[in-house]
Design a protein around this ligand. Sequence first.
Ligand code: PGA
Length: 248
Amino acid sequence: MKTIICNWKMNPGSVEEVDKIIDIIAGNTNSVGRAELIILPPSIYISHLQEQQSQLFASLGVQDISSQASGAYTGQLSAEMIYNLGLQYALIGHSETHKYQQYTSQDISQKLNQALMHNLIPILCVGYEENPNSDEVNTDSIKRELYDIITPNKELLSGKHIIVAYEPIWAIGTGKIPSLESIETMSIFIKRMILDILTPESQTTVAVVYGGSVNKDNIQELSSIPSVSGFLIGGASLDREQIPILLG
Ligand code: PGA
């Protein structure tokens, strides 16, 4: 079963709009689930979605967490708060947060540390260092990103599950996707690289999902890639016509 992660970003603009999306999702999921669904809404809608969770058959998470445990960090949300609210997932290092908040690899590594310390399942995005103007896949930049972020969290990852979202920056919101072969190569590379950094005894489980311009027209062919466990979907996950096909 594929995992569908819906990244709503800074959308939609009202609770009424959220309810319209919930109605469509609820009409297309059930307890036996064709896909495992994770929704990452703007945090302000979390409690509203939690009230509807039983009809959604979805898990919930946040789009970012603080690299700090607590304290004077205006506007930020801690991993502890998210966990205590009953959420399971935290998206970490999305390229839009790199772009607009200028996060460094050290910040991302500390966010991963906070997520793991508080039992959130991290959804770690990689691919933001790829050349935004070239659709070539680049194992060197992914290697650097993973090394800097995973290495300091080696011990904490022991026995945990991590989802890595391979999102080449040039594919996000552009309508362009890499070839199926290169997504397959990169997802195998990412999994192997993480398991190489960790010790064999760590028993960490790694799932790789693909993100960047996934939509109703390409999800079927993308689903044929064996090493990809699912998709991180932005724009299309808010489109009421596309949701039934994405969940199909
Ligand atoms: P997109 O966004 O599906 O709109 O390209 C993906 C993402 O940013 O996670």
